[in-house]
Design a protein around this ligand. Structure first.
Ligand code: TRP
Ligand code: SF4
Length: 330
């Protein structure tokens, strides 16, 4: 190893990534590539915990996710990109960790309770769903990751991972470092209807949207709800369009728009057109890379094969230590 701190993170393959996923997670992953020894993986088994009834789209979703990653700048030269199910050692470690994980740790997991309430249309009274954090712990400690870049919603899972690692080290022999969550900065952008951006709300701008789709979604965005007429002054600080300006418009221009909005000197249509143009321009390189990989799908297959091979080497080594710790060496 080259002395860089190792980090690991994963995403479930549940469909196209949108700007919320991109700004909330992916840009941070991309930025961390130079500083850390990064392992990023597709958590396809984790997707099964909630979507076990409908695995049909899995292959497409896995492919789409890796395509979104590569388009956004994750690089196979810098990071190890792999798929969870390609490394069966995750299942073996999950099984062993399940022996030492007290059920109450899982039952009191806030994400567990919350998801059961939110996904009432699904039967989540399964063993696999309860064990979600144990599989996640296996994912993380398999690579002895020191850091796990995640959003706040995943912090309880990293906390359980630390507890499981500590318990393993205490019961047998110290094998695993206790990983820390790396909380990443997330701009507060919303969906086009001002609710949280989400695929299921139909309010998302996707990385895979064409410039025309981006433009039309931007034009539909709800702005400052108090600003009914062009002659009404607006409040850019509560306007989602302005949040995008902050990210994609030159600071001097954004400042001018801010003042013009407050003084009712710019209309929302004009303001959105300017923002949409800048956004589309910023997405240009992403679209370009996407086109490239779409024309060379075999490269995606190769990248995943190479990444999975690298991950497998680490996993094999760790599992030897785990089996030795458990005296399963016969
Ligand atoms: N639970 C994570 C999510 O839903 C995905 C995930 C699975 C993960 N295993 C992981 C994230 C390991 C970080 C590390 O977003
Ligand atoms: Fe929002 Fe721009 Fe309209 Fe102001 S002018 S309310 S910032 S869209």
């Amino acid at each position: 190893m080259d002395g860089k701190k190792r980090i690991l993170s994963g995403m479930r393959p549940t469909g196209a990534l949108h700007m919320g996923n991109y700004l909330g997670a992916l840009t941070n992953w991309v930025a961390m590539q130079d500083q850390y020894d990064c392992f990023y993986f597709v958590a396809d088994w984790h997707a099964l915990t909630t979507d076990y009834e409908n695995p049909r789209s899995m292959q497409t979703f896995v492919h789409e996710l890796v395509l979104d990653w590569l388009s956004s700048g994750l690089s196979p030269e810098k990071s190890t990109l792999f798929i969870q199910s390609r490394i069966p050692e995750h299942a073996e470690l999950f099984l062993i960790l399940s022996m030492i994980t007290p059920v109450p740790w899982l039952e009191r997991n806030p994400t567990y309770k919350d998801q059961i309430l939110q996904l009432q249309n699904k039967d989540l009274s399964t063993f696999g769903f309860l064990g979600y954090p144990v599989l996640q712990a296996a994912d993380i400690i398999m690579y002895k990751a020191q850091g796990v870049p995640v959003g706040v919603d995943q912090v309880p899972h990293v906390e359980i991972t630390r507890e499981i690692a500590r318990r393993f080290n205490f019961l047998y022999t110290p094998v695993f470092p206790e990983p820390e969550a790396i909380l990443t900065h997330t701009p507060k952008i919303l969906g086009t209807d001002r609710r949280k951006m989400s695929k299921s709300y139909g309010n998302a701008i996707f990385l895979s949207d064409t410039p025309e789709q981006v433009r039309s979604k931007v034009m539909q965005m709800i702005t400052d709800p108090q600003r009914a007429k062009r002659s009404d002054p607006g409040d850019p600080d509560i306007c989602n369009v302005y949040e995008f300006h902050k990210l994609y418009t030159r600071p001097a221009d954004a400042a001018q728009i801010h003042a013009q909005c407050r003084g009712a000197q710019i209309g929302c249509v004009e303001c959105k057109k300017a923002m949409g143009g800048n956004l589309i321009q910023a997405l240009g390189p992403i679209h370009e890379k996407r086109r490239y990989y779409q024309e060379h799908p075999e490269m995606i297959t190769e990248i995943i094969a190479a990444g999975s091979c690298k991950a497998a080497q680490v996993a094999k080594q760790t599992m030897q230590e785990v089996r030795a710790a458990l005296k399963i060496t016969y």
